[in-house]
Write a protein that binds this ligand. Structure first.
Ligand code: URA
Ligand code: CA
Length: 434
């Protein structure tokens, strides 16, 4: 088989066979096919697209390019949740304990944040002593006994995706639906998921800028799942403003704790119930989404989800005292109010820029080497649709460096749109694809 022929075939709009897809994925992973030929093929795929069969074959070829986690020793149906990336997205911290409290095994492998989106591990490290380093047998044991454990990236999962993603990044071939869908699904499958709930974000802070594009991506991923025997549900949700009120590590953990105590912001609660209920149904712990939602609400009322969080944090070495007393979390030196100079209604909060502002305060990483400041971030006080008068506080900046804090105040003001006569008609949840 020659790479030249594959490029020509795809360039001319024909379908690649399973063997041809395996040939280029395997050859590229091993370093036998040069970047320039794979770049040309990616560009041909970008323009000519892949059909569902090709996309599934590409997904499986990437899964098989490296290690596949064997989580078969975990009892029950392992459902993984994946978000395509958001700002202030605290759902994992809330959902994990809620669904685990219902007996759904959550064996989560998580990453650190880069750029304007945060990573779950960074957030959890706000708990003093919390560690994601553990041998696989302990990970499995914890999931079986507590139903919830979280480890950092282990093994060499989907190395083909790592190489291809880096190449796509510099050849303007990231935003092709088949390439994104296979990239995301390959990592979930290699990480041992039996079933997958996807949170496909749409809007300013997201990959997909319109609900139509998000639906196409969601449908593609659900169909890959069907094709390879992993039940998949995709929720299309709004990222045209940050989720919840907190952006920043310890601040988001506090927000998650509040939510588990029944005092969470409305949008975060609603999205968690939607994602969580689908996880519970896929894990066969409830028959309908409606029934699952009631069960999840009960885990908050009864305190069982909050207890589950404590069990999970303690089992991984974290200090759980701050769950009962959140004043024990790391705190920023300066809390600076952001005061509105306009009146009207909030019509937009530019999520991506808000994420970048939080990162510049020290809540995220500009580069892989950056060190996270757990305490800093932003608390929103006004969200889309809220009335604002001149002099009202629209947000609070939590900063350890006064100069950075004052800059953040200015930047936040510039990223809030406040107009007269705005009617909020953007839903939190656009659609659900099964
Ligand atoms: N996230 C991924 O993991 N892969 C993509 O291609 C895009 C977003
Ligand atoms: Ca949040």
């Amino acid at each position: 088989m020659r790479m030249y022929d594959l490029i020509l075939k795809k360039r001319n709009g024909h379908e690649l066979t399973k063997e041809e897809i395996e040939f280029f994925v395997d050859g590229y992973t091993k370093g036998n096919i040069p970047d320039y030929q794979v770049s040309a093929l990616l560009m041909a795929i970008y323009f000519q697209k892949m059909n569902k069969r090709e996309t599934s074959d590409l997904t499986m070829a990437m899964v098989n390019s490296g290690d596949i986690l064997d989580l078969s020793a975990i009892e029950g149906i392992k459902v993984d949740k994946h978000s395509t990336g958001g700002v202030g997205d605290t759902t994992t911290l809330v959902l994990g304990p809620m669904v685990a409290a219902l007996g759904v095994p959550v064996a989560k492998m998580s990453g650190r944040g880069l750029g304007h989106t945060g990573g779950t591990i960074d957030k959890l490290e706000a708990f003093k002593g919390f560690s994601v380093e553990m041998p696989q047998d302990k990970f499995i044991k914890n999931v079986n006994s507590i139903k919830l454990a979280l480890v950092g990236q282990t093994g060499d999962l989907a190395p083909a995706d790592k190489k291809l993603y880096a190449l796509r990044d510099v050849t303007t071939t990231v935003d092709n639906v088949s390439l994104i869908a296979s990239s995301i699904m390959s990592k979930k499958i290699a990480a041992g998921a039996d079933a997958i709930v996807l949170d496909v974000k749409v809007g300013d802070g997201a990959f997909m800028k319109t609900p139509e594009d998000a639906k196409i991506l969601a449908t593609e991923m659900v169909e890959i799942g069907k094709h390879i025997g992993r039940n998949t549900v995709a929720i299309i949700s709004d990222m045209d403003q940050p989720l919840g009120l907190a952006i920043g590590n310890a601040l988001e953990v506090e927000e998650a704790i509040k939510t588990l105590k029944g005092e969470g912001p409305e949008d975060l609660v609603e999205l968690c119930l939607e994602l969580g209920s689908n996880m519970v149904v896929l894990a066969k712990k409830a028959n309908t989404v409606k029934e699952a939602k009631e069960m999840l609400k009960e885990t908050i009322k009864s305190g069982s989800a909050l207890n589950k969080l404590k069990e999970f944090i303690a089992a991984q070495g974290g200090d759980i005292e701050c769950i009962d007393d959140t004043s024990k979390f790391p705190k920023a030196k300066h809390i600076i109010p952001v005061i509105s100079e306009k009146s009207g209604k909030v019509s937009k909060i530019h999520s991506e820029n808000i994420g970048i502002i939080a990162m510049e305060l020290g809540a995220g990483r500009a580069t892989k080497e950056s060190i996270i400041d757990q305490a800093v971030g932003i608390i929103l006080n006004k969200k889309r649709g809220n009335e604002v008068a001149v002099g009202d506080i629209i947000a609070y900046v939590h900063a350890n460096d006064l100069e950075k804090g004052n800059k953040a105040v200015k930047d936040i003001l510039a990223n809030y749109e406040i107009v007269e006569g705005y009617e909020n008609n953007i839903p939190l949840i656009y659609d659900i694809v099964r």
